[in-house]
Write a protein that binds this ligand. Structure first.
Ligand code: ADP
Length: 923
């Protein structure tokens, strides 16, 4: 040893410094190169002179400068005597850096360093690190073992997979992780080796064992990796125990489903995404009587699916929705004659894969043919029933038919809203019990209705009844009802049901008709029309009002109350008395006159209020008395015959009356007024015709008497003359006597003539053939002339005549006819003037001339003032004064043919003034 351990020779040192593998240098304390070995060139490419005296900073990677100087400092300060394994990057002449591993030492303020190039090694380590990092980062377990099977590396995932601590497996045999027996291991290994040789990779499942002993299945991938020239195996494995488990379960589910699908009694089919049928079960075949293979379809192209409305449901199922399609008729017979067509309902449900994507759809059918047919039948019967019910309810609503139901066991009475309305109950109210219903029934009708119900109870047949009810508001109305009883199995009545209609209107209409026909009967019951009217008024007052007044219009324009009807004691007398004491004054506001003039029916709601409009025309006492009568409302209707106004009829209600006037009352009033008018007119006509007959009879007897009187006297005269002639001719033929006889005969003949003329005139007038021949003449002179001719008669009657004439006027008239009138006026004055003075006066105005003949006879009753101008009418009866009652009638006709007027002013006992007015002639 001592031989070899001799000091280095200078040459030897030089050799070491020149070792080509190492960089040698001495640097000053501030980092300048003091001396550099020649290898700088081999490693970094620098010539020593390139580096000499330069600072090391210029040759060190900037990132490494700091730590380099730190090391220098630690050597210089003596904190470290030597530096080993210090690596930094140094700049090569080619511009690239190389990793140099340095050792160094300080001596005399300088640093001695020696370094070798470790660039390749550093890069290799970096690469290894990178690989390890990759292996660590993968989630699958990685184990690397060498050829003999010793584990060289495991990643964190592998350790976690098997439950080992980090690096616990390194150096252990791979067997540690296996759950195989050595034999199985052997076989497995051989398979792996062989496959690796052939394919370079082995994939499969291993049965492994965790540290805890738990067996797990892993999916393995084995590849070969050369490390440091040695063959290594890289095993990548993933625990698939759960997946295996799941797979098994899925398999089981599949089996279960398969069995279920096949054996289900529900027909089922499965279609893939293209619409192709991929499965169909035997129940389906049975349903349609088809072998499943016989009938393959594409459900998406099937036009039938569209026809029956299934298509939209198919689409929805493919879109992931489970849907129920309504029943449709699967008509298979078109395609397969032997197939059965059925009504089916379908449930369509999507079949998903794990990612919830629809992969198929399943259709389950339900045969609803039977239930469908039953349903159809049911629907038909329900529809029919509904129709019937609708019809009924329409009938019920339209006819306002109320419906009731009564349970005799519980006394529960149920009424429908229509019935409640008929009784006037408010919404929600209801009688509820039979006793309440009975309370609303008119007591007078009780017995009758009860009889009907009792009868129906015995027979069990439907029954009908009519009775009056008291509505909730107190109004009395008529209802018509029907009822039917329902029995239980023991024959006990458990329910009554029926309908009710309000027939008040009908009843009222019928009653009104009967009332009117009764009034017609009353009105024609006797010849005494006043008696009839009275009965009618009383009857009306019992029916729809409290009283009735009939006021008759007289030709002179006065109104006379002829009837007061009504039952209230004292009312009749009072109303007659008021009428007499306060005669109607003409006022346009008075309801009687309104009605008379306009012909309108006057309906007065409040009589006293209404009477205010004509208050000024009557004294207050009149209204007070009227008020005492207690009028409330009134309806006034005009009475009118075919031509003449007859008066008015008034119907009234009293205060607090049970009657209330409405449209119906107005109608009844008008109907009664019409009937009353007819009755009055007929009666008047009758009376008139009776009078006419009487007048005619009288006329005939007077006419015959009148004719007979002159004829008798002529006959007598003749017989007398004959006898005298036989006795003493000279006496009869005496001139004086002869003249006297002729004059007497002449008078009689004139009388006969006049009578016959009158009768002819009447006939002419009736035939409208009375003609006039007008001429102009002086009226006063004409009258004077007539008066003169009549003076013998006046003298004979002992009447004094006074004549007062106006200045002469001219008229354009038929003088012969006017003379006839004047003679009639004067002879009447003589006839009826009782021998008292007669005054004749002529006066004229612009237009007309008036002749007045005034006598002081008995005068004429006002009721006869017009009548005497009618045919055969005479104010005096009997034969006290001769006359046919034709003169005035003919005279008026003549005057009226001349557009003039003939009338009389007279008062009984106060003489009469007959006035003839004729138009003046102005031409
Ligand atoms: P006659 O005189 O033939 O009866 P008239 O037509 O002339 O027929 O008269 C009709 C009736 O009128 C008479 O019957 C009589 O009652 C009444 N009358 C006519 N003139 C007078 C008179 N001046 N005074 C009273 N009554 C009269």
């Amino acid at each position: 040893m001592s031989k070899t351990n001799r000091p280095w020779t200078k040459e030897e040192l030089q050799e070491i410094v020149h070792l080509p593998t190492h960089l040698v240098a001495i640097i000053s304390g501030d980092g300048n190169f003091l001396n550099v070995g020649p290898t700088a060139d081999t490693i970094l490419g620098w010539e020593p002179q390139d580096i000499q005296n330069k600072n090391i900073k210029e040759f060190i990677h900037p990132e490494d400068i700091g730590k380099t100087f730190e090391s220098i400092e630690s050597l210089l300060s003596g904190s470290k005597t030597i530096i080993n394994n210090f690596t930094n990057r140094c700049l090569g002449k080619d511009g690239g850096f190389r990793w140099i591993n340095w050792s160094g030492k300080a001596s005399n303020g300088n640093i001695f360093i020696i370094g070798n190039d470790v660039t390749e090694k550093v890069y290799f380590e970096q690469e290894l690190n990178l690989q390890a990092m990759v292996l660590e980062s993968i989630s699958e377990g990685v184990v690397i073992c060498n050829k003999p099977g010793t584990i060289a590396y495991t990643n964190t995932a592998e350790e976690a997979l098997f439950g080992y601590a980090p690096e616990e497996l390194i150096g252990k045999p791979l067997q540690t992780l296996n759950a195989w027996t050595p034999e199985e291991s052997e076989i497995q290994l051989r398979d792996v080796m062989e496959t690796l040789r052939k394919k370079g990779v082995w994939k499969g499942e291993w049965l492994n064992k965790k540290k805890t002993g738990q067996i797990v299945t892993t999916a393995c991938r084995v590849t070969i990796l050369m490390l440091n020239g040695e063959k290594h195996f890289v095993i990548v494995q993933r625990d698939i125990t759960q997946e295996k488990q799941k797979e098994k379960e899925q398999e089981r589910t599949r089996n279960r489903f398969q069995t279920f699908f096949e054996q289900s009694i529900l027909p089922m089919e499965i279609y893939d995404l293209e619409g192709k049928r991929v499965a169909v079960n035997s129940a389906w075949g049975k349903l349609f009587n088809l072998s499943p293979d016989e009938f393959s379809i594409n459900i998406l192209n099937e036009s039938k699916a569209k026809d029956v409305g299934l298509y939209p449901y198919i689409v929805r199922a493919y879109e992931g929705e489970a849907v129920n399609a309504p029943a449709f008729y699967a008509d298979m017979s078109e395609i397969f004659p032997h197939a059965r067509s059925r009504w089916v309902e379908a449930w369509l449900s999507p079949i998903f894969d794990e990612s919830k994507k629809v992969i198929e759809i399943a259709i389950v059918l339900k045969d609803v043919t039977e239930s469908r047919e039953t349903q159809k039948k049911l629907e038909r019967s329900v529809a029919e029933k509904e129709l019937a019910e609708n019809r009924l309810s329409m009938a019920v609503n339209a006819g306002s038919i109320g419906i009731w139901e009564w349970n005799p066991l519980t006394d529960e009475l149920h009424w429908d809203p229509t019935l409640c309305k008929i009784y006037g109950y408010e919404k929600g109210q209801n009688p509820g019990t039979l006793s309440e219903y009975r309370r609303r029934k008119h007591a007078d009708d009780d017995a009758e209705v009860q009889k009907i119900i009792d009868g129906a109870k015995e027979t069990g047949r439907p029954y009908g009844f009519e009775h009056r009810i008291f509505r909730v508001d107190g109004e009395v109305r008529w209802i018509q009802g029907s009822g039917t009883s329902f029995k239980d199995e023991n024959g006990k009545i458990v329910l009554y049901m029926g309908t009710v209609i309000d027939i008040t209107e009908k009843k009222v209409a019928v009653a009104d008709q009967s009332f009117l026909s009764q009034t017609s009967e009353i009105l024609s019951s006797s010849f005494n029309y006043l008696e009839n009217l009275q009965k009618m008024a009383d009857f009306a007052a019992r029916y729809f009002c409290d009283g009735c007044l009939i006021d008759q219009l007289h030709p002179d324009g006065t109104i006379k109350r002829i009837v007061v009807g009504g039952e209230r004691p004292g009312m009749k007398e009072k109303l007659f008395s008021i009428h007499e004491r306060y005669p109607q004054r003409y006022t346009q506001e008075h309801p009687l006159f309104i009605s008379l003039i306009t012909g309108r029916t006057v309906v007065i709601d409040d009589v006293m209020e209404f009477s205010k409009s004509y208050r000024s025309k009557y004294p207050d006492s009149y209204f007070e008395e009227l008020n005492d009568v207690g009028f409330h409302s009134a309806i006034v209707v005009r009475l009118k015959g075919k031509e003449n106004l007859l008066g008015t009829i008034t119907f009234f209600t009293s205060k607090n009356s049970r009657y209330k006037f409405d449209g119906r009352s107005k109608w009844l009033s008008e109907e009664l007024a019409y009937r009353t008018s007819m009755s009055i007119e007929n009666s008047l006509l009758y009376i008139h015709s009776q009078d006419a007959i009487k007048s005619r009879d009288e006329f005939l007897s007077i006419a015959s008497h009148e004719l007979k009187t002159p004829l008798t006297s002529l006959t007598l005269q003749n017989q007398m003359r004959k006898r005298q002639l036989e006795k003493d001719k000279s006496k009869v033929l005496d001139e004086k006597n002869m003249l006297k006889m002729i004059e007497a005969d002449d008078r009689q003949l004139k009388r006969i003539n006049r009578l016959i003329d009158d009768m002819l005139d009447i006939a002419r007038i009736r035939a409208e053939r009375l003609t006039i021949h007008k001429e102009k003449f002086k009226f006063c002179a004409f009258v004077k002339d007539v008066l003169e001719r009549l003076s013998p008669q006046m003298q004979a009657a002992g009447c004094e005549l006074s004549v007062h004439l106006c200045p002469e006027v001219t008229v354009f008239c038929d003088s012969y006819r006017i003379e006839q009138v004047v003679i009639n006026m004067i002879t009447n004055a003589i006839k009826y003037g009782a021998g008292r003075p007669i005054r004749v006066e002529i006066s004229s105005s612009n237009m007309k001339v008036s002749l007045m003949v005034h006598d002081q006879g008995p005068g004429i009753e006002s009721k006869d003032l017009e009548r005497i101008f009618q045919r055969f009418e005479r104010a005096v009866t009997g034969r006290e004064i001769s006359g046919l009652g034709l003169g005035l009638y003919i005279s008026r006709q003549i005057v009226e043919l001349h557009d003039g007027a003939l009338f009389v002013k007279s008062k009984l006992g106060d003489g009469s003034t007959f006035i003839m007015e004729l138009p003046l002639d102005h031409d």
